[in-house]
Design a protein around this ligand. Structure first.
Ligand code: PLP
Length: 315
């Protein structure tokens, strides 16, 4: 006889025993669950074929940062992958908010996912799959730890080429990470802490979970091709426009980035994070530069700005 699993009752959004949700809260198949119970079938194409799209937004001091931009990117990806969500934008926003509120986390990493799901008849036709929406809120995490944020990261440029945009459109945020993980192992082998990988033309593309910028003579440059158009990258452009700094998307060569005055990476997981060493050489004098510091400060200040952030109402 098959062991029967206890069915979890649907959770009323307003009457929840928060002690059941110590580390984080997920939403899937119509229920809010403790993180440890959020599991998908191994038959889900999201798992079997990486056939999924997702987005990650963060909450800082109890406020979502630029949630609208993350929802735009997520919903755009879902549409372009020809998936269908069982909920509209407003409901998704409410689910994300409830996940954060139930988790109690004032600083959270919040993910929304749509997987292809699977077909009830095990059909190989993706049109017959029942797409699945999942969301969760866990404690905020960063690409760079405290020490790395203070002294700057050591990054290595891997020879690995990021999957071409003609194969997988990087604007559809995805879990195709075999190239990025290979890049990370290359970086560890070179004694570095994280990696940059290349685009199909041999220029710098991005890293595992982040975009990259360099500063030369007061002007900022970031790769234009082969990378995810990150929301933090976009935020850097917005901040630069506000304070009158020039920021351009263009091809970035190895020599260009290594000869920069300053380098930093950007991600929802950590914001703007300095890089002070690439491969075996320091960037300029090896210290975190003034443009990077100024943008880091401004970036975190914007988290209290009502036009850039949305409050979470905690129970
Ligand atoms: N590039 C990749 C491959 C990513 O996975 C991410 C974030 O997860 C980024 C760039 C940065 O994007 P964002 O600033 O929207 O977090």
């Amino acid at each position: 006889m098959e062991p029967s699993l206890p069915a979890l009752p649907p959770v009323d959004e307003h009457h929840v025993d928060r002690r059941r949700y110590p580390d984080g809260v997920a939403f899937m198949d119509g229920q809010y669950l403790p993180m440890s119970q959020a599991k998908i079938s191994v038959l889900d194409w999201g798992f079997l074929h990486s056939d999924a799209t997702y987005d990650t937004v963060h909450v800082w001091n109890g406020r979502f940062f630029r949630l609208d931009l993350h929802l735009d990117r997520f919903l755009g990806g879902v549409e372009r992958l020809r998936m269908k969500l069982p909920y509209d934008r407003k409901k998704i926003e409410s689910i994300l908010t409830v996940c954060v509120a139930l988790s109690g986390h004032k600083s959270a990493y919040v993910e929304m996912i749509c997987t292809r799901g699977s077909s009830p008849t095990f059909s190989r036709d993706p049109r017959q799959a029942e797409n699945r929406f999942i969301a969760f809120a866990v404690p905020f995490g960063s690409v760079a730890n405290k020490a790395q944020l203070e002294r700057g990261l050591h990054v290595a440029i891997s020879e690995t080429v990021r999957i071409p945009p003609k194969s997988v459109d990087p604007a559809i945020k995805n879990y195709h990470w075999l190239d990025l993980v290979k890049g990370l192992f290359d970086a560890y082998d070179m004694g570095a802490e994280t990696a940059l990988v290349l685009d199909t033309n041999g220029h710098i593309a991005e890293g595992p979970g982040f975009n990259v910028f360099f500063v030369k003579d007061g002007c900022l440059t970031t790769p234009a091709f082969g990378m995810l158009p990150g929301i933090t990258r976009r935020t850097v452009f917005d901040l630069c426009a506000e304070i009158g700094l020039s920021a351009t998307a263009a091809d970035v060569s190895r020599a260009g980035i290594k000869g920069a005055d300053e380098v930093f990476i950007t991600s929802t997981a950590g914001g703007i994070m300095p890089v002070t060493r690439i491969d075996d050489a320091a960037i300029a004098n090896g210290q975190v530069g003034p443009v990077t510091r100024r943008l880091m400060d401004l970036y975190w200040q914007k988290h209290d700005d009502l036009s850039w952030s949305t409050a979470v109402e905690y129970p």
